[in-house]
Structures are given as C-alpha cells and as structure tokens.
Design a protein around this ligand. Structure first.
Ligand code: NDP
Length: 469
C-alpha cells in the first residue's frame, strides 16, 4: 500500500479535492462507481499523475491505502453515501476511517457514526465549503465525528484547507454529526447573507432607480469597508457582467427564480426544533421559496398593480449600514443555533474556532468573521447583539436598518430578511414585551396559567364563562 489517503466519487467536488491533495504532496488512491471517470481523471491529472492511483476495483482501491486508512467519500448526499459505506465495510480493518465530505444531513451523519462505532470503524462527517474552486485551491473544512481517527487525516486536511494569515481553515469541532451540523448552519447564514444583499440591490434598483453598473460600483466600494467579504465582492462582478449576445446587463436577463438544495432549509428547521429564533435565516429560505413561485407572483402583481419605481428616501451610506446591522443580527441567530445545538448534543462546539475557520475558503468568508472570532475567543457564548464590539456597531447602524426597512414598507418593495433581522433585534432588546397578553389569552381558553411578579407562576384569571355573540 502506498497511498496516504483514498477518495471515492470523482464528480466536481471529489476530483478537485483529489487534485488539491495530490498537489500538496500526498499520494491519493481514487475510485468512482463509473470506472470510465477514473481513467479520464487520471489521464487529465497532468504533472500530478504520479501521485494519483486510480483503482476501478474497490478491494484493490482499499488495499492501495496505507493503514490505518482514511477514505474520503464525496458522492451524492443521501442513499448513495449509505450504499458506498455498505460496499466498503467488508473491505475495511478496525481503526480505519471514513471521511464523508458531502452535504449530508447531520442526523444521517450521527446515525452512520453510531452504526460504525461498535464495528471499530471511525466515521468523520466533514463539511466542505467553497464550491468547486474551494475544493481545488483551499476550502473551509468543518470536521466532526471520531476524534481518534481525525488525527490520522489531520495533516492532509489542514494542508488542503484555505489559510487565513497562515492558519488553516480546518478544525475538529465535535463528536458525531457536529461537522455537518456546523456546515448546515454555515449555509443558513449564507442564505441570509445573500438574501440581504439581494434586498439591498432591490432598493437600489426599485427605490433609487440605479442601473446594474451603478450598483456594481457601490458594492465594489463597500468591499473596501466593514462589509468586505467574498459575497459582496462577487456581487460587484455579477452586477457588472454583460450578456454576450444582447450586450445588456446579464443580471437583468437572469430569471428571478432561485434554486435551493436543502441545507438552508435544514438550518431553519433545526432552529425551530430547538426553539432558537432565527428569523433572518427563515426569511431567507422563505424568500427563495417565494422566488420559485414566479407564476403566482406574476398573477398577484396583475391584481395589485405594479409599484412605481423610485421614491426611496435612503442614502447609499444608510444602505451600507443597514446591511451591516442586518448581517450582525443574522450571524447572531446562526451562532445562537450553534450554541444551543452544542448544549443539546454535548458537542462543546468552539464558537471562536468556527468563526476562525470561516474567515477564508468558504462562501461567507469575510473580515467581519475575524472580529467575531475575537469576540467568541474571549470565551463567553453571548449573543452577538450584546457582545461589546458588536454593540458599538449596532448602536451606530440600527437606525439605518430601520430607515431602509421603513422605506421598503412605504415603497412597497419586499425586504423579508432585513425586516426580520430588525424585528429580531427590536424583540431581543425589549425588556418588557407583549407575551403577557399571550399568557392571558392562553389562560382564558386553556387554563394554562400565568406568572405574576411576587405571586409566582400558576396564577389564573377570572374569565367570563360565556361570551356574547
Ligand atoms: P454529485 O452530488 O453530483 O454526485 C456525483 C457523484 O456521486 C459521482 O461520483 C457519482 O458516481 C456518485 N454516486 C452517485 N450515486 C452513487 C451510488 N449509489 N454509489 C456510488 N457512487 C454514487 O457530486 P458533487 O461533486 O457535485 O458533490 C458531491 C457532494 O459534495 C454532494 O454531497 C454535494 O452536495 C457536496 N457539495 C457540493 C458542492 C458543489 O459546489 N458542487 C459544494 C459543497 C458540497 P457516478 O460517476 O458513477 O455517477
């Protein structure tokens, strides 16, 4: 056996990861269900070819890897992962480990971890972010599962990961499904980040009458300031792109119907399951679903009429701050979900480390995450909205978010994510809310009882027994 590591699944992500591993000096054995892809991959590997061992036979593939083996699976999420595990199982030895790097549901990862543990096979659920480009040149890598076997694969994964100031964006985060859970929440935050940017573009387009080039220039400028991030940067490029055949701005020709593969939705579902308010993430998922309902939107606009363009009373500086404030609220929600899940699953998730490994390689990478890492590194898992550094920014920025949301409400353009972020902030910092009325209502119809300060819980009202019509 001469390979340092193995990889199964030579589609977009798998092939790029394999090239990245070979480039870092490791020898890698590769396998794919459709054998023709193996030959094609090896043939196209160029100068990296001597460090790539293609094996169409699964047994030979396993035997080509040095023990204790680390085998990456990068196939379609869901049943294919279980199929590959079953095929591999009889060929593995105790102490070997499977590193599943697709976008798996963390509960599936937990189930597979629990299934393989008694068999002595390590299972690592690894979240990989950064798309094709990241896989090839440095993704952010979120590892969970069998800690012992993690150390066998650690040098390879750290070598291929993105680097931020020289530090690899790769870390072991916790047992079982922890890695895939963190990747899921990363994607939820990504949805919110993207949606809020799209909403701000909507204000520019519909409220301020700006064309895509003008909007692009603004995003490019913003990328030099506190919003500096990969998503703001690519937004500048997407907005300035010109369609070849027509010469028109490409963005104006793209159909306004967004796709989703599920991880954003999972993060909203899990937040609900754990009773953690994550309204900005939920809003972003809802916005994608609404975008997909194009026919209904066209029909409804015909009923209510098209809104008049222009008329938004906001400045670009206010839009920039609104986006920053919305972003802080969305990240506060994402990290609150992580903190709660950590507690419920006994994962002991290191929030500071998570912020650190998101600083480069992944889709939500940004300068902002460096600041967040510094906050969480101080040790306390507080909501970001009350962390001193972010309080200062929020105090300065929330009036702008308020103004932008008001402009959207009056100007009739939707800001589902930004307005959810604002409502969350306002609810979070309101010492006396309105749930006293909810408790009264619940006691009225269900005798659920309520608490009165000084008299304790379990109090009831004397409600009328019959109601008039
Ligand atoms: P796909 O999700 O398109 O999966 C294709 C690969 O899965 C092929 O190698 C295919 O083999 C293999 N496969 C499918 N079914 C089976 C099966 N039953 N048994 C064995 N092999 C099977 O590939 P991607 O590279 O796009 O993604 C891989 C994983 O990475 C997914 O979980 C995806 O969600 C995740 N991911 C993808 C990103 C992206 O940007 N594309 C970004 C981050 C994560 P065959 O050639 O024989 O069909």
């Amino acid at each position: 056996a001469s390979a340092d590591i193995g990889l199964i699944g030579l589609a977009v992500m798998g092939s790029n990861l394999a090239l990245n591993i070979a480039e870092k000096g490791y020898t890698i054995a590769v396998h794919n269900r459709t054998a023709a892809k193996i030959d094609e991959f090896v043939a196209e590997a160029g100068e990296l070819r001597p460090r790539i061992i293609g094996k169409a036979d699964l047994k030979e593939f396993v035997q080509a890897i040095k023990a204790p083996r680390s085998i990456i699976i990068m196939v379609k999420a869901g049943k294919p992962v279980d199929d590959v595990i079953e095929e591999l199982l009889p060929l593995l030895d105790k102490g070997d480990a499977i590193l599943e790097c697709g976008n798996s549901l963390y509960t599936d990862t937990q189930r597979r971890f629990d299934y393989l543990k008694p068999k002595g096979i390590g299972y690592l659920g690894v979240g990989v972010s950064g798309g094709e480009e990241g896989a090839r040149h440095g993704p952010s890598i979120m590892v969970g599962g069998s800690k012992e076997q993690w150390h066998n694969a650690e040098p390879v994964l750290k070598a291929i990961a993105a680097k931020f100031n020289g530090e690899p964006c790769c870390a072991y985060l916790g047992e079982g499904g922890a890695g895939h859970f963190v990747k899921t929440i990363h994607n939820g935050i990504e949805y919110a980040d993207m949606q809020m940017i799209a909403e701000v573009y909507g204000v520019m387009r519909d409220g301020l009458g700006m064309n895509p080039k003008q909007a692009s220039d603004v995003f490019k400028e913003w990328n030099k300031g506190p919003l500096n991030s990969y998503l703001i940067e690519i937004t500048g490029y997407v907005l300035e792109a010109i369609d070849g055949p027509t010469g028109k701005p490409l963005v104006e020709l793209i159909v306004d119907r967004a796709g989703q593969k599920g991880t954003g939705r999972w993060s909203a579902i899990v937040a609900q399951e754990m009773a953690v308010p994550a309204t900005a993430i939920e809003g972003a998922v809802a916005a994608r679903s609404l975008s997909a309902a194009k026919d209904q939107r066209v029909a409804a606009e015909a009923i209510y009429g098209k809104r008049q363009a222009g008329g938004a009373d906001v400045s670009l500086a206010e839009l920039e701050k609104a986006l920053l404030a919305g972003k802080i609220a969305a990240y506060a929600q994402g990290f609150a979900v992580l903190a709660k899940a950590s507690e419920e699953n006994g994962w002991n998730l290191p929030l500071g480390t998570i912020a650190k490994i998101w600083r480069a390689g992944c889709i939500i990478r940004s300068r902002f995450l460096d600041q967040m890492a510094a906050t969480y590194d101080k040790g306390d898992n507080v909501n970001l909205l009350v962390a001193p550094d972010f309080v200062t920014i929020m105090k300065d920025a929330h009036p702008s978010l308020r103004k932008v949301v008001a402009a959207g409400a009056l100007g009739e353009f939707p800001l589902i994510c930004l307005s959810s972020a604002l409502s969350y902030f306002d609810s979070y910092r309101q010492a006396r809310g309105t749930a006293n009325l909810i408790q009264g209502q619940r006691d009225f119809f269900g005798a659920h009882g309520f608490e009165i300060e000084g008299r304790g819980p379990g109090q009831h009202g004397k409600w009328p027994s019959t109601l008039g019509n």
